[in-house]
Design a protein. Structure first.
Lengths: 169, 169, 169, 169, 169, 169, 169, 169
């Protein structure tokens, strides 16, 4: 069952945004991935946003670069939570996209994650769904333990072999 | 019934963060407002975050300035969605807080809003709760119409009186 | 006869944007001034942009602050030239609005002027209209002479009275 | 018939600026491309700008990097619309050129596009010419449809093959 | 005997630039102060630069704000050393003027001082003149001692009265 | 017994730097406060740095603004730890001083604190002295408890009176 | 005997942070190197910080990138001096980590060094230990002479062979 | 006869700074190139600066990266004009060096050129020497013509072959 829309402005964004899909798959959250540009197909983008709630979507994730309006335009047409992923790749290294997303005016927020933080957008979507879906919340708790276990394992290895051999791999 | 924690690092943040409370009240969402610093009372802050889900909290909003670690520290201890409000007021005008919040590493996102965007943090919390709470979602739809109506009213007045008289008040 | 739309996202932008109207009046260019937000009344904004050409509009000027999507959203719906005025006033002093406007992606440009450069937006609109309207071009040439004359007059006074008395007024 | 001057400060700018020429060719707009530096051949640059209108030029596009004065210097000598393309390539990644172009003082605007946004400069020139040239405007409307069709086609393919196969090409 | 031109783009720059004149007076260096804009009276500005050497000028100081082209335009027309004073006052606090001045391309340097550093521009002009004028160099050595003496005097007072009374005045 | 030098480049820095003295007094750490500029009295500054260790100094704190070289110049002449306080007040809001201090090259570090973070410089000096001075370390532990107690007290009051009355004072 | 903890948020930081270990080895200072993330294993990180003083640690060095909270979180749990190494590698080139570390709020400082300045963090740790350990201070004085000797040797070679042959190696 | 010192903080700067030497050779200006660090051999650096005037030096050029204090430290010890070349190469792309050089405080200016603008530093030194040395000034005038001729030649070729063949080489 589709719970999340992952929308990006261009297919060149897919390489970074696939991290987001990996995260959603990890938490067994259904999604649809769409290419839809706020500037090139504005009416279609608006329509997607307007219809999302009725189609059972819980969260919309929007990834875009440069003057990244996609998330804001979507948020203008829905009251679902919209997560914004600013993408680097321009001469301004994604600061343009970050400011164009995070600085939304009063009344129409988007939830912005790090530049190129597509994976975290997926995790945040899971956290939002987890508010009312205990199965997802359980998976998030498991993931948190997994993250901790990875750090501990790496640290254990570092203690055992020392930093020089650790760096050699 | 308390659904949202609004946590700030210092009581000097309350003046900006009260906008957030106003937003939550607008949507009839129960909240508790807390002062708890990631750097001054780290154990209490961690405890608040760890206990939040069990206490029925759905969303945590954290407002802080400068090297604003509060949202990230809370996110380290919970899988609830955490909304970050970077606060200006330092010599760097809140860019320090913005970067310290939005650039969270892989696995532990926070949902960042605009610098001093406390009101929007409240709206975003409502949107997250609205995913599973149709009453809140209805109120959000009403608010969206209200926003639109205000713009239309102002534009109507502008057309009627002209910009010179509009500016005179 | 209306040739230019001057659109702003909020009536709080009018104080800066009135400079733009003064410029258009100087060149006897008909205009309409509208409040219409890309985020609060997106459909109305799109409609205004879509209908502009048919209504005889030549140029659209859009002023907005923060994550300023207004100009880009309008440009998505028209092939008329769109001039963007990034407005300061946020914690980021208008750099957010500048990046959100000037960094438009391939295919959908907006013509960006300086932060708070509302007057210049009006002059640029006149220059665009002047491409095919010799009366406006004549007025622009007159204005250019006027600008030069002002500088020369000020310099002449400075040479006559010296800098100390000049500063005293 | 030449309608647009495309001027750049150095032949090293041509690699980026050729995108601009491609855009003009797409809309069948006649152009001349010139190398002329505001700092190395200032008199020739001024002369080109002064003569442009009499030679039937409608729009001047200027591309330059670093302390990019070319567009401003040209705008000082003409009332034709001047489009500025800030070029990256310096240690400051084009932010220097962006600020040196977009922040023009009162009375002498230039229409600035994105850093390295040469293609969009060509589109914007076409939009300006399209104000009074319905053939160009028709081509712009066609281009807008083409842009939309490309996005829809890509999205259609993505829906059909899924993101993993899409990324494999 | 006039040795230095102090040129500014607008009479509103005079309030900051008068510091420069004070410095030149301190070293008994003759100067002329001129208002001449690179964008509003470009031909006059070029002429001033071209004629400067023949009129016995040794150094040209140019102060301007925003997209500050004045120093670069002057440097295009002379081989005299040109000192640039970036002025704040815009929304971007003078970073725009700094980048527009200091980032001059290969072959045409300007000597840039701090944002609003008008006094230092005068000292730098004196240092340049002092290369071949021993009387000015002597005065510079005297000024250096004066600067040192001031610091020592303040420190002496601080040691005597303590910081609390020092702060009270 | 003097343990810390607090050096600033100008007496205008004293207003901010007095916070540092307050911190040192809080931990009963003897200090001398000096005005000594890296650019105006370079030899005296070097001498102070060279002699500091022999005079029993443990830590040197240097506060300066703009192109803030004071801390680096001191660090060039001593192996004592040097704490740098970047000061705002220039057009660049202290980012100039921050970069000029924190980005020290390999081999000659300075320990940089926040822009205008004079109080923290004092606390950091105490922490450094506390490495080998258990009395100071005890005071630091007491201060940490005090900080925590203040936050808890404020939070307690907030819970009791609610945010509206809290804001009224 | 372990005197210094070198903690990093991820094993991907080890490649830069090993410079820090090289510095500590140079001054014969015992250290332990640990991987421990403020966001993934917050309780372990807090515990390490809380126990450090009792285990005889004198200084803690923390290296992290992006929204780098590691140093601040550690400083919240100890009164030992904490040295912060902001790491580049993100889209924002380490400015995010720099601001997230250096801008610590009143009462809880960290001593920040340059972006990727891991070696200097080790030298600074030695300087702090050298306050009370004359053997380390002697080694620091020796290192300072070594640095000077290297520069002099390079300059001597440059004078002997000229810059062209020097560049050839 | 040596007229110019070209000083750099490290031999790794020589690769960029050799452009400066090429410029000085072009104008037949005698120079010495030195490696001398403000932080590693501060006394030698001060001595070089203090002795420069007596040894007949007219201008000192200083190139350095990161927290680039070299130019300011030299300027503290001489009244000769000091030209600063901020070098990129750090994580902050030379903005750190730019701010650390250009923002010199009142009384002690340095003449800053573009990031990595070593060639222009040489030209500026020639311009300063040319104030009193007509042979150098003649060479500068010749160089200005050469620059112009190069641009014209490139433009001529572009007109002849068209941009496509020009780009092919």
């Amino acid at each position: 069952m589709t719970k999340v829309y992952v929308i990006m402005g261009s297919d060149s964004d897919l390489k970074v945004m696939q991290d987001c899909l990996a995260a959603l798959e990890k938490f067994d959250i259904g999604y649809e991935v769409l290419i839809s540009s706020a500037h090139r197909v504005p009416d279609e983008t608006a329509q997607i946003a307007r219809d999302a709630a009725a189609r059972g979507i819980n969260v919309i994730i929007a990834g875009a670069g440069m003057a990244a309006h996609l998330a804001g335009v979507i948020a203008a047409h829905t009251v679902l939570p919209v997560i914004a992923v600013p993408l680097s790749g321009s001469a301004l290294s994604g600061i343009d996209a970050l400011y164009a997303m995070v600085q939304m005016p009063r009344g129409v927020p988007v939830a912005t994650v790090a530049v190129d933080g597509a994976f975290n957008a997926g995790v945040l979507a899971a956290q939002i769904i987890g508010v009312s879906d205990s199965a997802v919340r359980e998976k998030l708790l498991g993931y948190k333990e997994e993250l901790a276990a990875q750090v501990k394992l790496k640290n254990k290895k570092l203690q055992e072999v020392g930093y020089r051999r650790y760096l050699e791999g």
